[in-house]
Design a protein around this ligand. Structure first.
Ligand SMILES: NC(=O)c1ccc[n+]([C@@H]2O[C@H](COP(=O)([O-])OP(=O)(O)OC[C@H]3O[C@@H](n4cnc5c(N)ncnc54)[C@H](O)[C@@H]3O)[C@@H](O)[C@H]2O)c1
Length: 327
């Protein structure tokens, strides 16, 4: 297939394009480089275009390239910032997506895989969370993902856009050889933050140790980025073969508390993490981990990597690239 990956120069996108290429697909990247890195996708066909302000360019690209499918990863992703500046999030994530979907319909490209988020669930009513459980996002970022999912249902009913929405839990880890990895401009994710700070011997702030969990810290499900991109490849295959829309959770089905993650970093890295417990952060769920029964059964997804491998690969990446992609 000929596939466009929006946000392909970002953390997960840089793994996605490699996976698609190695599977024999033709791949192109659309990214405005607001948070992505051209160094992460050297050798790939990168179009620097903004989905919000450059709809005409997006349209021209679709007219010329005639994509078979789109993997839509372009979004702003910081939950905390989305409270301070919700306009930035709705504009980028929702209007950008609206532009993309309209261009797709006009260009008769009607298959899409969406990077959604476990953030659509908010505080779940039960664990592990199933796809049919209530959606109550706790922050504007999660809300944008839920809006995008509902837009897809309407675009499917009205225009026949078939989609697979993948609700990622926490993506983490790096390439097995440490060559590419997580490098968000403002790192808000737990694992890279702990490792980066530990390697510099700096203090790490953990938001809250008074949650209703066994050790008081939040519980999350961490999925290796390599397993995550495998799921997208399966989703694209399923869209190609069955042309049916669906929604799947993507987590390993087990939760780790922040304290457990810290212990694993300390054990693996043979170092001490300097932790400061701060107040809870608005918009954080208590505990969140996935039921992955559906994606395993229907798409045949079989995650290979555990938390130790996530930490091992992330360590290798951060040690080799202390300044991310900057020289
Ligand atoms: N990282 C996670 O743990 C996680 C969890 C759940 C969902 N997701 C979703 O996965 C996707 C990828 O996440 P990531 O961690 O790789 O983030 P990232 O910030 O590294 O990548 C996003 C990319 O999108 C690009 N982009 C943003 N707005 C754009 C626009 N208007 N036009 C063109 N390009 C634009 C950025 O430049 C960046 O390269 C996002 O949609 C995110 O919401 C990520």
């Amino acid at each position: 297939m000929k596939i466009l990956v929006t946000g392909g120069a970002g953390y997960i996108g840089s793994f996605m394009v490699r996976k698609l290429k190695s599977d024999g697909h033709e791949v192109m990247i659309l990214d405005n480089l607001s948070c992505g890195h051209k160094e992460a996708v050297e050798g790939f066909d990168l179009k620097v275009i903004d989905l919000v302000t450059e709809k005409e360019k997006v349209f021209s690209l679709f007219q010329t390239e005639k994509f078979d499918a789109v993997v839509h990863m372009a979004s702003f992703i910081q939950m905390g910032e989305s409270f301070i500046n919700p306009s930035k999030y709705y504009k980028n994530n929702v209007i950008g997506f609206l532009n993309l979907l309209d261009v797709m319909v006009e260009s008769n490209c009607k298959k899409l895989v969406l990077s959604s988020s476990a953030g659509v669930y908010g505080n779940p009513i039960k664990l592990p969370v199933e796809e049919t459980d209530p959606k109550n996002p706790l922050n504007p970022y999660g809300e944008t993902k839920y809006v995008m999912e509902r837009m897809l249902e309407d675009y499917d009913s009205a225009y026949g856009v078939k989609f697979i929405s993948l609700r990622y839990f926490n993506a983490a880890g790096a390439a097995l050889d440490g060559s590419i990895g997580e490098a968000h401009p403002e790192e808000s994710h737990l694992i890279p933050n702990i490792i980066i700070k530990a390697l510099k011997n700096e203090e790490v702030e953990i938001f809250g140790n008074d949650y209703e969990t066994t050790d008081g810290t939040c519980i999350r499900d961490y999925v290796h980025v390599l397993d995550l991109v495998d799921a997208h490849a399966l989703a694209l295959k399923s869209l190609e073969e069955k042309n049916e829309s669906n929604v799947y959770n993507m987590g390993i089905g087990r939760g780790y508390s922040n304290k457990e993650v810290i212990q694993e970093v300390e054990r693996f890295g043979n170092l001490k993490v300097n932790v400061k417990f701060g107040p809870r952060r608005e918009g954080d769920a208590n505990a969140l981990f996935a039921s992955n029964t559906k994606i395993k059964k229907v798409l045949g997804w079989n995650p290979k990597y555990d938390l130790t491998k996530i930490i091992e690969t992330a360590f290798a990446w951060h040690k080799l690239h202390p300044n991310g992609y900057q020289k």
